[in-house]
Design a protein around this ligand. Structure first.
Ligand SMILES: *[C@@H]1O[C@H](CO)[C@@H](O)[C@H](O)[C@H]1NC(C)=O
Ligand SMILES: *[C@@H]1O[C@H](CO)[C@@H](O)[C@H](O)[C@H]1NC(C)=O
Ligand SMILES: *[C@@H]1O[C@H](CO)[C@@H](O)[C@H](O)[C@H]1NC(C)=O
Ligand SMILES: *[C@@H]1O[C@H](CO)[C@@H](O)[C@H](O)[C@H]1NC(C)=O
Ligand SMILES: *[C@@H]1O[C@H](CO)[C@@H](O)[C@H](O)[C@H]1NC(C)=O
Ligand SMILES: *[C@@H]1O[C@H](CO)[C@@H](O)[C@H](O)[C@H]1NC(C)=O
Ligand SMILES: *[C@@H]1O[C@H](CO)[C@@H](O)[C@H](O)[C@H]1NC(C)=O
Ligand SMILES: *[C@@H]1O[C@H](CO)[C@@H](O)[C@H](O)[C@H]1NC(C)=O
Length: 512
């Protein structure tokens, strides 16, 4: 059925077996957004493009304009300095996200922050002038420090607004009570700055902040958005947990037109980071007339395993899931959120036919399941691969089968197996010894459990789908071809043959 090309050490034979290709394109009409007002969800850039550049820096904000949807909203966490200047800075404490520790080593202080004694550098201990010698840095240590080179100054709210002229400007007031306790008035600052700066959204996790400020902006004031924190946290002004405030959305609606919630309010995860079914929160809040904004979106952490490390898939589950759409997402990577909204929503079954590119699997969906197993191949087909691949190996009794490596120790759980003592050393293949496929009969190989590969654990501590780390079964070449033939969405298969000479020399089974 196929022809092999032989070479001395390494050989790839590529055989495309053309299968029937019928493109069944579901007839779908364009779904309108299931947001409260029917418009596309807002992209809210937290501190600018803070996944890459220092949060709240001018470059971080301007990079949003260059890479995101044109109406992306710029989010600024407002803090007050000792002299009442409003600045954009991610937190009231300054140790992280700035070089404060080096700039003012002796000005650490201790205050009660929402009742918790906290030792840190606080914005209220510095005048805006003092902050001239402080620079913004990347506050999340797992991210690149390439831009921590003392070039990003701390900006006032006014200067960010003036320089950026954002389509939408969102101010978040995380600690109103704290500033009041220190005789600084956030409300006073906001009312003053609103004379020169257009504030489109104003959010806070404190109920009293809204009670105090509502009605004081006049008709064209900002939208008020109540920010829910984690459910067991106590809201300072009502002394109720956020979980208990959640039960009365009618009450929230008395002072806010929207809510901002951690994404787990909508798609909760279990202890091992797998998604649970979505809650009815978005529908409930929409029924109460509240817009829903979700927070906690980043490309580089906190992604449930269900998304296969694909942040786009996560956005789509919040904005285009058939049941609801949130009204906006708060993201550290607004570029990805923008592509989710602008390019990848409402594609339905057309998604895989957007570009004329061949998608070839690598050992099936080997990021989700142990490679070359029935589960990995089925997932690859379900995910829309055009071609599935088989790395061909041969058993001692001459059965061709698919496995990512000739050394079964790399793709199977062999440590506990009785065949461990059959490993051998063949320096032409790998330097150390291995349990080679040609040392075991096919029935023996089938008794082993396939293992998921985790190539990125050393540098990035990224583990793949732990629940499926030992699952599925390997397929013989003929089972593989039957599976492929059965799938009308495939256009072909790819057979990869490595180290053929070796089989010829030692086994002479290849004509099988
Ligand atoms: C899918 O593609 C077909 C054919 O190009 C088109 O008629 C249909 O509107 C598309 N569906 C969606 C949801 O875009
Ligand atoms: C705030 O002002 C009041 C009255 O002027 C004063 O008694 C109090 O000590 C001040 N508190 C702080 C933290 O400065
Ligand atoms: C609310 O406003 C009043 C009057 O301006 C002020 O006395 C009070 O401290 C404010 N409360 C808060 C929590 O800001
Ligand atoms: C807040 O609630 C807790 C328990 O419900 C209670 O013990 C505490 O006294 C309350 N604090 C205030 C300031 O009302
Ligand atoms: C919910 O809040 C509304 C408005 O403040 C109030 O009238 C109602 O009694 C509250 N319901 C409950 C169950 O607490
Ligand atoms: C997420 O993945 C787990 C494990 O495969 C599965 O049990 C769960 O149902 C998935 N969650 C959703 C919402 O699909
Ligand atoms: C390998 O171990 C099995 C039992 O685990 C034993 O029956 C067999 O003889 C051993 N083979 C060799 C080559 O040592
Ligand atoms: C082929 O597909 C059909 C229907 O999806 C299924 O019942 C059958 O088991 C499949 N056969 C193989 C060999 O996978």
């Amino acid at each position: 059925m196929f022809r092999l090309l032989a070479s001395r050490f390494l050989l790839f034979a590529l055989i495309l077996i053309h299968l029937l290709t019928t493109q069944i394109l579901a007839q779908r009409s364009k779904t309108p957004w299931q947001t409260l007002n029917g418009e596309a969800p807002l992209i809210i850039a937290r501190g600018g493009f803070s996944g890459l550049l220092p949060d709240s820096s001018v470059d971080s904000y301007s990079f949003v304009a260059q890479t995101s949807v044109p109406d992306a909203v710029l989010w600024c966490d407002v803090q007050l300095t000792k002299d009442g200047t409003g600045i954009c800075f991610p937190d009231v404490t300054m140790k992280y996200a700035s070089n404060m520790e080096r700039a003012y080593p002796n000005r650490k202080n201790s205050y009660l922050l929402n009742g918790v004694p906290t030792e840190n550098w606080f914005t209220i201990d510095f005048t805006f002038r003092d902050l001239n010698s402080v620079f913004l840095t990347q506050g999340t240590f797992s991210r690149s420090d390439k831009f921590d080179n003392n070039q990003y100054a701390i900006s006032t709210v006014e200067s960010i607004a003036t320089k950026m002229k954002p389509e939408g400007f969102w101010l978040n007031v995380q600690h109103d009570t704290f500033y009041t306790q220190h005789n600084l008035s956030m409300s006073k600052f906001l009312l003053l700055v609103s004379k020169t700066v257009m504030i489109d959204y104003l959010s806070s996790p404190e109920v009293n902040f809204f009670r105090n400020i509502s009605g004081r902006f006049g008709k064209k004031g900002p939208k008020f958005v109540f920010r829910f924190l984690e459910k067991d946290v106590v809201e300072v002004s009502t002394n109720q947990t956020y979980g208990s405030l959640l039960r009365n959305l009618t009450f929230i609606k008395t002072f806010a037109s929207g809510v901002l919630v951690p994404k787990s309010y909508i798609w909760p995860v279990d202890k091992s980071q797998y998604l649970l079914p979505h809650t009815s929160f978005v529908q409930d809040a929409h029924k109460a007339g509240l817009e829903v904004y979700a927070s906690g979106f980043a490309n580089d952490f906190d992604l449930a395993y269900n998304y296969s490390f694909d942040p786009l898939a996560e956005y789509l589950s919040f904005i285009d899931n058939g049941d609801f759409s949130v009204d906006g997402v708060l993201s550290d990577f607004p570029l990805t959120a923008s592509s989710a909204v602008d390019c990848f929503s409402h594609l339905g079954s057309n998604a895989t036919t957007q570009v004329d590119l061949l998608v070839i699997s690598k050992n099936g969906a080997s990021g989700d399941y142990p490679g070359c197993t029935d589960l990995a191949y089925s997932k690859a087909i379900k995910d829309g691969a055009d071609v599935i691949d088989c790395s061909l190996q041969m058993s001692s009794d001459g059965v061709p089968f698919c496995s990512s490596s000739i050394d079964l120790g790399e793709s199977m759980n062999v440590v506990q197996s009785p065949f461990r003592n059959r490993s051998s050393s063949v320096s032409e293949i790998i330097p150390s010894s291995g349990l080679y496929s040609f040392s075991l009969a096919w029935s023996e190989i089938q008794s082993l459990t396939p293992a998921i590969t985790n190539p990125y654990t050393k540098d990035f501590t990224l583990f793949r789908n732990p629940r499926e780390r030992s699952s599925g079964k390997l397929l013989s070449l003929s089972d593989f071809l039957n599976l492929a033939k059965n799938s009308s969405s495939l256009t072909g298969v790819l057979i990869i043959v490595e180290v053929t000479n070796f089989y010829y020399d030692y086994n002479n089974h290849f004509e099988h």
